[in-house]
Write a new protein. Structure first.
Length: 134
C-alpha cells in the first residue's frame, strides 16, 4: 500500500476518513510513503499554522507507520508515463493538470507493484488506486 499526501493529511487531522485509512494501513502487508509525500505533508502542515516541532513529530509518525520510499532511477524513469496517464485521466474528468508529486506517487506505486491509498481526484478510476471516500 502506497500512501499519498491526501491520505496522510486526512489521517493526521483525524477526519471522518481516518478510521478507513487506519484499517487499510493495518491490513496492508507493506506500507510505503514516497519521500516527496513527506515534503508535501510538511508544506501543508506549515500552511495550516502547525509548528515545526509538531510537524516534525507528525512526519516521524509517518516514517514509523510506513517505509519511506526514495525516488529511485526506476521511479524517475516511470514518471513520464505516470504523468501522461494522470493528465489523460484529469482531462477526461475535467480536472486541473496533476502535479509532479502525483506522477511520482503513481510511478512509485507501479514500481513497487502496489496500490495507492488516496482520495485525490487525479487518481480516481486508475487501476492502481485504492479509493477513499464516495
Amino acid at each position: 500500500m502506497i500512501v499519498d499526501s491526501f491520505a496522510w493529511i486526512e489521517f493526521l487531522r483525524g477526519t471522518p476518513l481516518e478510521p478507513a485509512i487506519r484499517r487499510q494501513l493495518a491490513a496492508a502487508d507493506v506500507v510505503a510513503t514516497p519521500d516527496l509525500v513527506l515534503a508535501e505533508v510538511a508544506r501543508k502542515l506549515a500552511r495550516d499554522g502547525i509548528s515545526r516541532a509538531i510537524a516534525g513529530r507528525k512526519l516521524r509518525d509517518i516514517s514509523t507507520l510506513s517505509n519511506v520510499a526514495p525516488v529511485t532511477i526506476d521511479v524517475a524513469l516511470g514518471v513520464a508515463r505516470a504523468d501522461d496517464d494522470l493528465r489523460a485521466n484529469a482531462k477526461a474528468r475535467g480536472l486541473d493538470r496533476p502535479g509532479l508529486a502525483d506522477a511520482v506517487v503513481l510511478s512509485t506505486t507501479r514500481t513497487l507493484n502496489g496500490k495507492v491509498l488516496t482520495g485525490d481526484a487525479h487518481f480516481r478510476g486508475l487501476p492502481e488506486t485504492e479509493w477513499l471516500g464516495p
